[in-house]
Design a protein around this ligand. Structure first.
Ligand code: MN
Length: 294
């Protein structure tokens, strides 16, 4: 097994929202089709909430796992959905969609994990879709470890969230220290994102805000958790198509990217209009002549 330990990159969004980005990184582009991983917050109500105006996506699915607080999603298909803790929003951009996200209450702590899934080449231009999943399967071990299965299968539980490629994700929380062994799918590569606390994985210390990566070929993982730890485990079959992630687009060619860019800048019907959002849509940054595909 090849393992890597990566620090998360810290970025700020808008007024004062801190985002910790686990993927993509130079040393690790993706884990299966999971191609973008952000941990937002936790941030207090004094930090001004979150207000992300209408912006486009193509070629990907956005996967939102709410941890604290609430967000209102609006999109150009006409969906208006409040997402609350322990719920998932899955938005399939495919050929094109636009959406906005904002906090609805200004007195709550906000924390969310926002991930992107790269669509396989055969599905990159499917029609856009949106779905809200208010209930995910959950299990609490006698030792007190809580597992919520967000995607795919884990420990005999199966998430209702569908995917176009083999994927899994599970949220793991523990009150007390734990020594665990998990069965893995040897066809999957895995990432463990430590949101809180500390883990020891296959003998390696993984601190808060670090990402551990393990390549395919493992059928079990030994993991020790400090008391009060909170992790997200992600896995998937290696995604082998070459893609570029530029701004809010996942594209399979420079030509696709240029078309998406021009269509958004030209208010093309492909992206539609986000009704109900007060404020202007986002402008794309300047598109480079040649974007790197990997
Ligand atoms: Mn978005």
């Amino acid at each position: 097994m090849k393992a890597k330990l990566l620090d998360l990159r810290v970025a700020t969004l808008g007024a004062g929202t801190v985002i910790r980005r686990a993927l993509p990184q130079r040393e690790l582009r993706r884990i299966g089709a999971w191609c973008f991983l952000d941990h937002l917050g936790p941030q207090g109500p004094d930090q001004g909430g979150l207000d992300v105006g209408p912006h486009p996506h193509v070629g990907l699915q956005t996967f939102t796992w709410m941890l604290q607080g609430e967000l209102l999603h609006r999109d150009s298909l006409g969906y208006e959905q409040v997402i609350r803790p322990k719920q998932v929003n899955l938005m399939t951009a495919g050929h094109g969609i636009a959406h906005s996200e904002n906090t609805v209450s200004d007195h709550e702590v906000l924390q969310t994990a926002q991930f992107w899934i790269a669509l396989p080449r055969a599905q990159k231009d499917i029609p856009p879709q949106f779905a809200h999943y208010p209930n995910l399967p959950e299990r609490v071990d006698p030792s007190g470890v809580q597992y919520v299965v967000l995607m795919g299968q884990f420990m005999g539980l199966e998430s209702p969230v569908p995917s176009y490629s083999p994927l899994m994700a599970v949220d793991v929380k523990t009150g007390q220290a734990q020594q665990l062994e998990w069965a893995l799918n040897p066809d999957f590569e895995y990432g463990v994102l430590v949101l809180k606390g500390q883990a020891q994985i296959a003998g390696q210390i993984v601190a808060e805000n670090q990402l551990w990566y393990g390549s395919v070929g493992q059928s079990a993982l030994a993991i020790q958790l400090e008391a009060g730890s909170h992790l997200i485990v992600l896995g998937g079959a290696p995604y082998t198509d070459e893609i570029a992630i530029w701004w809010n687009f996942v594209c399979h060619s420079q030509q696709d990217l240029e078309q998406a860019y021009q269509d958004w800048q030209g208010d093309h019907a492909r992206f539609g209009v986000v009704a109900g959002y007060e404020g202007p849509p986002m402008a794309a940054p300047a598109l480079p002549d040649k974007v790197r595909f990997s």
